[in-house]
Each structure stands twice: as structure tokens, then as C-alpha cells.
Design a protein around this ligand. Structure first.
Ligand code: PEP
Ligand code: MN
Length: 334
């Protein structure tokens, strides 16, 4: 971090700033120019409050040289992290398709969809039991029963399961859930992230509706700071002014995150676009952009789905998507 001082900054205040930084264990290096003096901060600046320094009278500007995330940072961990989900690996050249309905609805539905997506090559089964719906009058999920039905589909197919947690008090229900999803709406629920950091479960962390990639990585940092390194990042589209799509898929997130972090990166083209006709093209694009996996919503009867029907693929359409994704995988950027 560097602090650029205003011309003619008060010497006593500069000295106070240096002493305060030293009290935080940070060394300072002064570089005096014709008009400006720059203080270089040497040491771990991850918990230095940049805004506080910026607000001082003597300070013109503050710039970070190093990112504020440490555990997730590729600079300190060159090799890709491989998350092992009950033997199914993701990251470091291991690619997975996660597929299943938005919500678990019935035993027949989840078990049928699970068989279908497995046949098409999905490595993990998804299904929401606790649903974060915009309206309190919409279907809220089958909750504990939904988890039980997912576990039945897991027993039948052997596919590890992914399901979203909304409240940490539900954690005991997730004991046999292989990957706990933190949805976009909870990406900055810091208490939830801290608690998940105390577990050793793989966590699928989705990017918030209006969050930057740095904020996504800081949320990953919350989980990792607790000792849980099993974090998978998920780009699921962000909110923009465009209305033809539900969200705008930020595909450049894949190579940007690849550069910044060693964590696996998954793309969700279903929530990113909102319409089934857009899911395959965006799944192919995400694969070629170098994602470590994609997550796709699949429903046996999308027209009657209790949640996210318009973006859900039939098992047949998903089979076509999976064939396409496996075909373009050799062309993926790394
Ligand atoms: C979901 O995966 O079903 C979901 C609710 O996603 P998001 O949090 O990205 O909206
Ligand atoms: Mn959904």
C-alpha cells in the first residue's frame, strides 16, 4: 500500500501517521519528491483501514499494491486448489457438470432428474431445499424433507449433492450434503460465512447480484480464514441495465479469477441468463473460457416447475448441452 501525501503536509501529522502505522507492525518508507511525498507501507497491510487513512487531512490518495485477500490469493498459493467432493474432483484440470432442478419438488422428480443427468455425464446433483425467493408467497422449498429426498437420489445414483443453506441453524440438516451452496443473496452474510469456515465442507460460493470480484474473493476469504479451504467460486450473472436476460453473465470473471485466485471457478448459465434457449450457448462459452465446471438447472417438466421453470432444461436438452460441453472442453483456455 502506498500513501500519497498532500503538498506541504503538516510534519507533525505525518509523524503521527507513521507512528500509528508502526504500532500496527507496519514499516514505512518515505520517498520525498519535488511536490509530493509518498509513504510506502511494508508488511501485512490486509487489516489496515484504507478509508481511514484516506480521510486524514494530510492524505491526497491511498493505493493498494497488494490485494486485501490472502488465503484465496494465487500469489501465495501458485497451484490450483482441487476440491475433492466425496471422490469427485473439481479444479486443477478437473472439470465437472453440476445439474439438477432449481428446487426439489417430489421424490419422483428428483430421483428421475438425478438418473437422467448422471447418464448425460453430470458429476454432481444439485437441488434446492431451502429457497431464497423474492416473494414470501412463492414456493419456499421442501426444507428438511427436500434434503431427505436429495439424499435418496444420492443413494440411488451415487452422485454427490449440492444444496443451498440460508440459515446457519440448519447446518445439522446438511451433515450428509456434500457441497453447501451459499446463494447470491447471502454472499455477504458474513456470520454465515464465518460459521461455514469452521466446517470442512466444500462450499459453493455464488457471486452476489451486484458484487465485484474482489468482494466475492473477500467473502471466500471469510470462509478460508476459519480454516476451510474447500471453496468453489461461482459466477452466476450480475445485475445490469439489460432486460432481455435475467442477469448479465460476466464471462470475463473466469480468466480474471483464474489470475487472482487458485480456487476452482464454476459458471451457472441458468441464473445468469434466465431463459433455457440461452443456457447451452453460455455453457459452451464458459467451458471454453476455462471454467472448472458449470452448474445447470434441469427439470423433468419445466413448464410446471415450482421455481425457475423458464431457465430449466429438459433432460433431453441437457443431454445435448453436456455433449457440446464435453466436445469443446479440449479447446478450453487455461
Ligand atoms: C440457485 O442456485 O437456485 C439460486 C437461488 O441461485 P442464486 O443464488 O445464484 O440466485
Ligand atoms: Mn434457481
Amino acid at each position: 500500500m502506498v500513501v500519497i501525501l498532500k503538498p506541504n503536509a503538516d510534519k507533525e501529522q505525518v509523524e503521527n501517521l507513521k507512528q500509528w502505522l508502526q504500532s500496527l507492525g507496519i514499516e514505512t518508507h518515505m520517498s520525498v519528491g519535488m511536490t509530493h511525498t509518498i509513504i510506502g507501507l511494508i508488511g501485512d497491510t490486509s487489516n489496515v483501514d484504507m478509508d481511514l487513512i484516506q480521510s486524514l487531512d494530510i492524505v491526497e490518495n491511498v493505493q493498494r499494491i497488494q490485494e486485501p485477500f490472502k488465503n484465496a490469493n494465487r500469489k501465495f498459493h501458485q497451484d490450483d486448489t482441487i476440491v475433492d467432493v466425496a471422490g469427485v474432483k473439481i479444479g486443477g484440470g478437473n472439470f465437472q457438470i453440476i445439474a439438477g432442478p432449481c428446487s426439489v419438488e417430489t421424490e419422483e422428480q428428483i430421483c428421475y432428474v438425478a438418473e437422467c443427468v448422471k447418464k448425460s455425464g453430470a458429476g454432481l446433483l444439485r437441488g434446492g431445499a431451502f429457497k431464497p425467493r423474492t416473494s414470501p408467497y412463492s414456493f419456499q422449498g421442501l426444507k428438511a424433507e427436500g434434503i431427505q429426498l436429495l439424499l435418496e437420489a444420492k443413494r440411488n445414483t451415487g452422485l454427490p449433492i449440492v444444496s443451498e443453506i440460508m440459515n446457519i441453524s440448519h447446518l445439522p440438516l446438511f451433515e450428509d450434503v456434500d457441497v453447501i451452496q451459499v446463494g447470491a443473496r447471502n454472499m455477504q452474510n458474513f456470520d454465515l460465512l464465518k460459521e461455514l469456515g469452521m466446517t470442512r465442507k466444500p462450499i459453493l460460493l455464488k457471486r452476489g447480484l451486484a458484487n465485484t470480484l474482489q468482494e466475492l474473493l473477500m467473502s471466500a476469504e471469510y470462509i478460508m480464514a476459519g480454516g476451510n479451504e474447500n471453496v468453489i467460486l461461482c459466477e452466476r450473472g450480475i445485475r445490469t441495465f439489460e432486460t432481455y436476460t435475467r442477469n448479465t453473465l460476466d464471462l470475463s470473471a473466469v480468466p480474471v479469477l483464474r489470475r487472482l485466485t487458485h480456487l476452482p471457478i464454476v459458471v451457472d448459465p441458468s441464473h445468469a441468463t434466465g431463459y433455457s434457449y440461452l443456457v447451452k450457448p453460455m455453457a459452451l462459452a464458459a467451458t471454453v473460457a476455462g471454467a472448472d465446471g458449470i452448474m445447470v438447472e434441469v427439470h423433468n417438466d419445466p413448464a410446471h416447475a415450482l421455481c425457475d421453470g423458464p431457465q430449466s432444461l429438459t433432460p433431453e436438452a441437457f443431454d445435448q448441452l453436456a455433449k457440446g460441453v464435453f466436445a469443446v472442453r479440449p479447446f478450453a483456455c487455461r
